[in-house]
Design a protein around this ligand. Structure first.
Ligand code: SF4
Ligand code: SF4
Length: 136
């Protein structure tokens, strides 16, 4: 995902995996809060950008960065570090087994049941500026 320069690899100037990201209800609350805090000009600019099919509505295509970095979903944080989410440019990274990653997900977001982490939508597919983010 579009991240700042974090170890062990950097996503600077890459937004390639910013697409089709499932989000839980709790994550949507955090994302909506972050979007509400954006200046209207930024929202208008993001809404006006041309995106590839499935691209996350929150990615700044022009500047190649995440506009809700602090509020980005867990999968965005884990991309490149777990099975089923390998970064094509950083294949040297040892991936966390998927089951272990799911347990970590639940612990990280304070979830006690699978329902707590169930996706309510997918950024770029059914959560777009026109659907899901428009009525904030
Ligand atoms: S995880 Fe990989 S594909 Fe995704 S933004 Fe970072 S460098 Fe690009
Ligand atoms: S929230 Fe969107 S823009 Fe931000 S890192 Fe995730 S996919 Fe990329």
């Amino acid at each position: 995902m579009a991240t700042t320069n974090t170890k062990p690899f950097s996503c600077d100037n890459c937004i390639e995996c910013c697409a089709n990201v499932p989000v839980s209800a709790k994550e949507m609350v955090t994302i909506r809060r972050a979007v509400r805090a954006m200046p209207q000009e930024q929202i208008d600019r993001l809404r006006g950008q041309t995106r590839k099919t499935g691209a996350c509505p929150l990615v700044d295509v022009e500047n190649k960065r995440c506009t809700v970095y602090e509020a980005r979903p867990w999968l965005c944080r884990m991309f490149g570090y777990m099975e089923k989410a390998q970064c094509p440019y950083n294949k040297h990274i040892k991936l966390m087994p998927f089951a272990e990653a799911q347990k970590k997900f639940m612990a990280d977001v304070g979830a006690s049941t699978q329902e707590d982490i169930q996706a309510v939508g997918v950024l770029g597919r059914d959560i777009t500026w026109e659907k899901g983010l428009v009525r904030l």
